[in-house]
Design a protein around this ligand. Structure first.
Ligand code: AHG
Ligand code: MN
Ligand code: MN
Length: 335
């Protein structure tokens, strides 16, 4: 079998399909290399003294784990000096990170959730890194926060690495979704899936059901119909999976379909859900749409949302198209 490395895939995309400029190719290679380093740290676990809390909180008031900080540092350090970026932003940093003046600057902006699924770090369950790439606005001199506030449809690349039984990088540059497995002996990413597709129908759903008492009526209605199974209005049985690492839940959905939900709920009407628009929802929505699925906040396509702040949160319904459309219709019906 011919082994296609990530490098070869990117060079062929650049040369044959003209879909990736050289600087974007470099950026993706650097992010992939950083993910390799994070994967190495993750796999060391207690032996590398990377488990446990860091003793700090991030801007969202979440307790930071050592690996949240280590992964953030690895991504910053890897991407700072190559000349391909204008600025970076991360879930773990209150303010965005401009490229220091001692380094050349490029035309891209990188956003990331350095370590997704933090609650799973210490229990050896799959976690990951999510990233999103935007172009700096035309004529930008010094980057400012509003330069990051572009709708997800403007992303030029998005992807994630999942650190599970295997480490797998899943990537889109707007020309399908492809997966690359890390070959640890060779130190290279090898393409193992080309053109991943999410089936339009599914019998599997993912939601943190411990929040059920707080859900709004459209979500209650949708979930109760799934729970009712074969004798209910849907006429079939549904199975549930919840890993509590969005990366791992989305990876399952890209492989065999399903719907993933993190709705807003009645607890804090001003807080639209838990997940972050720029670092989590946007990149995952681009991947899901590129694989033939759909992604909404219950009301509109996530990729069309105009962000208003860096750490904005959003409700998320994504995955198999027919299910996402149904739960979105239930929201519209509610008015
Ligand atoms: P993070 O670790 O980056 O803060 O993200 C965790 C997110 C997401 O990965 C996951 O789907 C969800 O939070 C889990 O939430 P619950 O704790 O409510 O299960
Ligand atoms: Mn996350
Ligand atoms: Mn995180």
């Amino acid at each position: 079998m011919k082994r296609i490395s990530l490098t070869r895939y990117l060079i062929e995309e650049q040369r044959d399909n003209n879909s990736i400029p050289a600087e974007l190719r470099l950026l993706i290679e650097v992010v992939a290399r950083a993910c390799k380093t994070i994967s190495h740290s993750v796999s060391k676990g207690a032996l590398g003294d990377v488990l446990g809390a860091a003793g700090s909180e991030n801007v969202q008031g979440e307790i930071q784990k050592k690996l949240d900080i280590i992964s953030n540092e690895i991504l910053l350090e890897a991407n700072e000096w190559g000349g391909h970026l204008a600025a970076m932003a991360s879930e773990e940093m209150e303010n965005f990170h401009p490229i220091p003046n001692r380094y050349p600057k490029g035309e891209y902006m990188l956003l990331f959730d350095p370590l997704d699924g933090s609650s799973n770090i210490d229990v050896n369950v799959s976690i990951g890194t999510i990233f999103s790439v935007l172009k700096a606005p035309e004529g930008m001199k010094e980057p400012c926060e509003k330069d990051f506030l572009q709708p997800g449809s403007k992303q030029v690349a998005a992807g994630y690495a999942v650190y599970g039984p295997q480490t797998v990088l899943v990537l889109t540059t707007g020309n399908g979704v492809h997966a690359f497995t890390l070959d640890r002996e060779m130190g290279s990413w090898v393409m193992t899936q080309r053109d991943m597709k999410i089936p339009a129908d599914t019998a599997e759903y993912a939601i943190n059901a411990s929040n059920a008492r707080h859900w709004y009526p459209p979500v209650r209605r949708y979930i109760s119909e799934l729970e009712a199974g074969k004798t209910g209005p849907r006429g079939k049985n549904f199975n549930m999976r919840w890993i509590a690492s969005m990366v791992a839940d989305v990876h399952r959905i890209l492989n065999r379909g399903g719907i993933f939900m993190y709705p807003a709920d009645e607890r804090e009407p001003d807080k639209p859900g838990k997940l972050r628009l720029l670092y989590e929802a946007n990149p995952m929505s681009l991947l899901v749409e590129q694989a033939g699925g759909a992604a909404t906040n219950g009301e509109m396509r996530i990729l069309d949302i105009q962000p208003t702040k860096l750490h904005e949160r959003v409700a998320v319904f994504l995955g198999s198209k027919n299910e996402v459309e149904l739960v979105t219709r239930y929201h519209a019906a509610q008015g």
